[in-house]
Design a binder for this molecule. Structure first.
Ligand code: OAD
Length: 235
């Protein structure tokens, strides 16, 4: 079975009603990343940071997966599929994808401020000031903030190195190291970029196809093509 690796970003959840970061009206227009998405911001103004993520958690819980998430889950019937997502929502999982790797953490987990290995599920929608880990430190979202290491990166690189097909969906490829994963694909790998601005993100070639559509249209169409090609091939 061929290996398909997917790198998704906020754009795949846009049609589920969740804001992206860098589009007009996106999250980074209302908040500066250094005010809500750095360890320094959390030390300075923990209430503001918790409020930002509490709100996003409530929105993500209320959102539903869209046709792009569901189409990617379909691929698992015929391919080895690994989803590497920069998203902190759980829409890939709720659509049925079984191997989802969250590069930037999860909205639904809290973690110790002292020990990153102390992770706790969040039952309700919020982390409040005064909620502490077993070591006594204030709980924070289990999100990878700017300036912090990306623990999943090595594993994500190892998946990219084995990809036969690599699909990039809904990411501006502006944030590293996530954006570098494309560079780890083997020479024989075929890459697809699905994004309304795909032509700004890649250069078409024999190994790169740009699909300038929203995920809700572009991904199901691509999945249909991959599945029908798979049915016609003998491997
Ligand atoms: P961005 O907001 O940077 O990029 C969103 C991408 O989605 C853009 O390329 C849009 O063109 C595209 N897009 C918008 N609507 C779409 C749709 N309906 N279908 C498909 N694509 C669409 O979001 P990310 O690339 O995910 O990190 O951002 C990467 C990281 O930057 C995030 O994980 C977050 C942020 O700062 C942290 O918070 C650490």
């Amino acid at each position: 079975m061929k290996n398909i690796v997917i790198l998704s970003g906020a754009g795949i959840s846009a049609e589920s009603g969740l804001k992206t970061f860098r589009d007009s009206g996106g999250l980074w227009e209302g908040h500066r990343p250094e005010e809500v998405a750095t360890p320094e911001a959390f030390m300075r103004r923990p209430e503001m940071v918790l409020k930002f993520y509490n709100h996003r958690r409530a929105e993500a819980r209320a959102a539903l997966p869209n046709s792009a998430h569901f189409a990617l889950a379909e691929l698992e019937k015929h391919f080895n599929v690994e989803v590497i997502t920069q998203n902190v929502d759980d829409l890939h999982e709720r659509a049925g994808s079984s191997r989802v790797h969250h590069l930037h953490g999860s909205l639904f987990e809290a973690r110790s401020s002292l020990d990153p290995a102390l992770i706790y599920p969040i039952e309700g929608n919020s982390i409040e000031i005064g909620q502490r880990c077993t070591l006594g430190s204030q709980l924070r979202p289990n999100i990878v903030w700017f300036g912090e290491p990306v623990p999943m990166m090595e594993f994500a690189m190892s998946l990219s190195l084995k990809a036969d097909i690599f699909i990039v969906v809904g990411t501006s490829l502006a944030v590293y190291p996530a954006a570098s994963l494309l560079q780890f694909t083997p020479p024989a790998c075929h890459c697809f970029i699905v994004d309304p601005i795909a032509e700004e993100l890649g250069t078409p070639s024999s190994s790169m196809t740009l699909i300038g559509e929203k995920a809700g249209i572009g991904v199901p169409t691509l999945v249909k093509k991959l599945l029908s090609k798979r049915d016609q091939s003998t491997d």
